[in-house]
Design a protein around this ligand. Structure first.
Ligand SMILES: [Ca+2]
Ligand SMILES: [Ca+2]
Ligand SMILES: [Ca+2]
Length: 417
């Protein structure tokens, strides 16, 4: 064991010696980063790490000017990795890149971004050059979910604002945009201050509408993996502005089958930081939903508050977060199986800016209480029994009425057997 540790230390020392010195912390509002020796070939055995920190409340926007690294199918030889935050936290990883396909434009969802560069012992190319700038608004958003808001929100937005957000999710996925708050200067035609939505990456794509005043734009679902949101204000009169959430399909699902399973994004790999994902289960009227969590591994509870303040899974007894909460879990907790009162359940995964774990898996079944079909419903004792279609498993539903608990116990055995 000891000799193993020594040899590891020795290896690290040797690696350190031959490693090329590079990287650093950048805090100017714009700048450039390039691989060592650029535009000449980068050295072998390089490990560089750049941390970009701009003013709080703004974000970091990256644009690559040159990109030429050794190619490998899974980028195991030479690569750069881009992080939405610090590089030590894999939950922040936006992507790993190699070869000669330049990474797309990236915008962080907050004021910190990191880039790491690695080269191995063989084969080197010219490397990369990337420009960064601080963005007060707008950018290219590639997270599974995120928030956009007018500059300074909820304080009044500035005059002459001109912001453009391109929301880009993975190829097979669509973008859903939901406005939570909306208050702009109002005028007929919405050509003073407005939010314009386009069903694609540019303004030449289908225009979904211009919105102003206090009328929230409707919930939007794109027909492809891109959505463009533009916000403009004119020379006077402002408002509180707006706040909206977007979700990619991996992070927002509506489940209508009678049974199914789902899991946190990227499971069994770690989930991304800084996401807010929704799974809505909807059954036909009269049906109820039973939900199980076979696996749950999230960041632990806050030891000071004792609450799931960092990452959590929350289940709501309905289709919105305004409905009663059935529970909130984190860490390695095992939620009990849950039953809806109505025909809907909502599961929300919320993660903070650091420390990601593996996430969760969930399974659900819908069931109907139907006396005509021979399924007995004990409405008075708040208990139901339901043999499931296509399955010999018998699931029993209980309502959470505390005053009927005693009665349930006394009747449970008798009625079920
Ligand atoms: Ca190489
Ligand atoms: Ca205005
Ligand atoms: Ca976390």
């Amino acid at each position: 064991m000891r000799s193993y540790i020594y040899s590891c230390l020795l290896t690290r020392l040797i690696l350190k010696k031959v490693s090329f010195k590079c990287g650093g912390i950048l805090s100017a509002s714009s700048g450039n980063i390039s691989s060592p020796n650029f535009p000449s070939r980068y050295p072998y055995n390089s490990d560089c790490s750049w941390l970009i920190v701009v003013a709080e409340g703004s974000s970091v926007h990256l644009t690559f000017h040159h990109f030429e690294l050794e190619h490998h199918a899974s980028c195991s030889y030479d690569y750069i990795k881009i992080y939405n935050g610090v590089a030590e936290d894999e939950g922040n990883l936006l992507g790993a890149f190699c070869g000669d396909v330049s990474p797309p434009q990236f915008t962080s969802s907050w004021n910190v971004m990191s880039i790491i560069f690695h080269s191995d012992r063989h084969v080197a190319y010219r490397g990369f050059s990337v420009g960064y700038r601080k963005d007060m608004c707008g950018g290219v958003l590639t997270g599974l979910s995120g928030e956009i808001s007018s500059p300074g929100y909820p304080l009044e937005y500035n005059n002459n604002a001109d912001c453009t957000w391109t929301i880009r999710v993975s190829n097979a996925s669509l973008v859903t945009l939901v406005f939570l708050d909306f208050q702009l200067e109002n005028n007929e035609g919405c050509n003073f201050d407005f939010v314009a939505l386009f069903d694609g990456p540019t303004v030449t794509h289908r225009h979904l509408g211009n919105y102003c005043g206090a009328d929230k734009p409707p919930r939007v679902v794109t027909t492809s993996n891109n959505l463009l949101v533009a916000f403009k204000s004119d020379f006077n009169i402002g408002g509180r502005g707006f706040k909206a959430y977007y979700y990619s399909g991996e992070c927002q699902q509506v489940l209508v089958a009678v049974s199914g399973t789902f899991s946190s994004p990227r499971f069994p790999n770690i989930y991304p930081n800084n996401i807010n994902c929704h799974w809505g289960i909807t059954q036909a009227s009269g049906y109820r939903v039973k939900l199980f969590f076979p696996f749950l591994d999230l960041e632990e509870r806050n030891s000071l508050s004792g609450e799931c303040d960092y990452d959590s899974v929350t289940v709501y007894d309905g289709d919105s977060q305004a409905d009663p909460m059935l529970g909130r879990w984190c860490g390695g907790e095992r939620p009990p199986s849950l039953v809806s009162r109505g025909n809907k359940l909502l599961v929300v995964l919320s993660t903070d800016r650091n420390e990601a774990h593996r996430g969760f898996t969930a399974a659900y079944l819908g069931g109907k209480c139907s006396p005509a079909a021979g399924v007995i419903c004990y409405v008075k004792t708040e208990m139901e029994r339901n043999p499931w279609r296509g399955s010999s498993t018998v699931l029993i539903f209980y309502k959470n009425d505390s005053d009927s608990t005693k009665k349930d116990r006394s009747t449970k055995k008798k009625k079920i057997l």
